[in-house]
Design a protein around this ligand. Sequence first.
Ligand code: SF4
Length: 705
Amino acid sequence: NETNISSTNTTTCCYCGVGCGIVVNKDIHERITVEGDKNHPVNKGMLCSKGMNLHYTVNDKSDRLLYPEMRYNKNMPLQRVSWDTALDRTAAVFKALIKKHGPDSVAFYASGQCLTEEYYVVNKLIKGFIGSNNIDTNSRLCMSSAVVGYKMSLGEDTVPISYDDIEIADCIFVAGANPAWCHPILWRRVEAAKQNNPDLKIIVSDPRKTQTCSLADVHLQLNPGTDITLHHAIGRCLIEDRNVDADFIINNTNGYEKYHETVFETSIADAAAICGIEESDIRLAASYIGNAKGFITMWTMGLNQSVVGTNKNLSLINLNLITGHIGKPGSGPFSLTGQPNAMGGREVGGLSNLLPAHRNLANENHRNEVEKFWQIPLGTIQAKPGLTATEMFDELNSGKLKAVWILCTNPLISLPDVRTAEAGLKNARFVVVQDISNKVETLKYADVVLPAAAWAEKEGTMTNAGRYIAYLSKITEAPGEALPDSEIICRFAQKMGYHGFDFKNSAAIYDEHAALTEGTNIDISGLNYEILKEKRAVQWPYPKNKNSAGTARLFTDHQFYTPDKRANIVAVSHINQSEALSPEYPLILTTGRIRDQWHTRSKTGKVNKLNQHISESFLEINPVDAEARNIKDNDIIEVQSSRGNVRVKAKYSTDIKPGVVFMPMHWGLILKSDLNRVNNLTNNLVDPLSKEPDFKFTAVEVKLY
Ligand code: SF4
């Protein structure tokens, strides 16, 4: 009822990296409704099923943590305490551990769903004041291979294109991604572009025939782990057909000769056999790319979440570089960010190997710049990278890491080889859990529980997959005593006795972060909350005194961020390093998302409408593999790897290749049973450069339960 509306605000969706704009109406009973923001440059009024149902997650407060809790020893139950008591005790424990075991005995494990301001203060706290680089986030599980790929090829962690390039491309190669389900509104833009321009060619490579494939002109249903072979083969076809940009290669790149040599090591016919696809389809895909004036590569977890994730990224970006399809309309490499603010987190340096504004941790000058800015003694920031996501839990197991503070993420569902990670948490001396939900699995191991404000209950900013920074409004009050994450961290820092955390509001944190970017390649020193509120979303860089309107496309001058300004065509090995299949474990398990759930379901799992899409976990299996094991559709089956097991229903599908099975990543309530938790099965292999886990390739066997 419109007469009951007490306020209308604009904000940004908190789920995926697309970053859609939302209009929120609040009624006189503090209940909210949502609709797509027609004036937003990203979604132009559209929302997917998750965004459309966001209000349920705010209006239903039945699962919320309401006040701080604490236990004085592991045998005692948690009991309600005041904020001061919880933070005083946490500060006392942290101080004691740091004094006795050094700064690296503590760690923060955060999230790509944190707001940029939250990321900024956690990173400042541990790197600048505690003196350790032990801050990592679940973005390590998601984007870190793309980060390293961009750095190695373009010189910096940089998405060069704009969403508007989609509408002017005439070939899009979607590699290892299902954006129709995982980035739905971005994909609506691709669908609309195809409708307006039937000559737009869509290439999809994926071992599964997903919803995205319904728009494909060619679906390359490759064997898992063979992406690099495919990219090399396409590169070879482009070279043979003289569809490369010789001028661009000569004037603006390094490494072409070695690349040429590498891709000619394997014939197209052999590559097709390795990938399990038709040679003619590889040639067809290459011809689409070769004939395109605008060519976008688009990828996500199928490439990133791999033991050779960096190499997969490089081999795909190479296709943009050899064809010169970068820095010009409708062209460029475009990694689809999984989480809403994975990019914003990297901008503030929120991973264990980063510094703010894409500065380099290993560079003493960069460390000194940040130290001066934070007014701390030179030499405070350590050069050595801290523990990554999986390393933190390994070191909790070994006992080297004593305390971990987990905020805004649910690692006991999302980490690989999760039973080992869980043993680490059990072994931890001290665990702080800062969250919105009273259902997250980590609470079982928490010594201190800190209730956080959720989406619409706090303000801040995020950066989406296309470098668009957007503002999120505070629309309603947080329940109970819950506080914004940045305020919790700042209160704690002050309890530790550190200066530089007495920000009067989120805008002040943002302004400090923006000032620290001045003069860098991601300079946003001209951007503030007022501009963001007015423009809704702007692409960085946005330097001050330039009358900037943001920067839609990077590298238009073909000057890259490498020392010699040339992009690197990096010739990589095609060899996959995933665990070997065996007679005991002959099937390849891949994991991923479904359309209507988000991560570990702590929000989407409480929305009935979203649960109606797919209500429980399952194993997708080709009937050929199922019948060979006497498994019928919907039978309860046991899936086993050398790490653990799960028990779910079999779901027949001819859309998945024989030899490959798929399970969603979302389920796994350990409070009841952990037997629907797919990460019981996955392994602890990581990419040696990006340290991203190998979620897409686990050797398993399946049998009737
Ligand atoms: Fe939210 Fe992503 Fe859906 Fe947009 S596409 S409404 S950002 S979940």
